[in-house]
Write a protein that binds this ligand. Structure first.
Ligand SMILES: [Zn+2]
Length: 116
């Protein structure tokens, strides 16, 4: 199963971006966005700029897992569900189940072309 981490996407009326940063820059960004952050993180969502930041050492399943986790934050913030977005357990559970479903899909009922 091939899943793609894009460089940009559209969320409601905003253009979202995905940017990879080195560990040092990501930690700096995390401190700027959330001064309470203590532990070093592998991903981050900036809801002011609609940007997902991912550390550049992530690969494979960890990369897509982190992308989906940050994408769930993005969806929740963008739809006014800030409280749910701040619930890391909820976001983790949602993104893990989403990855399981996406990576286990089999068969092709129909091809669907979606316009952008
Ligand atoms: Zn999170």
């Amino acid at each position: 199963m091939k899943l793609v981490v894009p460089t940009s996407f559209k969320v409601l009326s905003h253009k979202g971006k995905v940017v990879r940063l080195c560990r040092e820059d990501l930690d700096k960004k995390a401190k700027d966005l959330c001064p309470r952050t203590k532990d070093s993180t592998v991903g981050l969502y900036d809801h002011q700029t609609h940007t997902i930041y991912l550390v550049d050492t992530l690969k494979g399943t960890e990369l897509i897992q982190c992308y989906l986790h940050e994408l769930i934050h993005c969806i929740l913030y963008s739809t006014g569900q800030d409280g749910l977005s701040e619930d890391e357990d909820f976001v983790d559970l949602f993104s893990e189940v989403l990855l399981q479903i996406l990576s286990s899909q089999k068969g092709k009922l129909e091809n669907v072309q979606i316009n952008d």
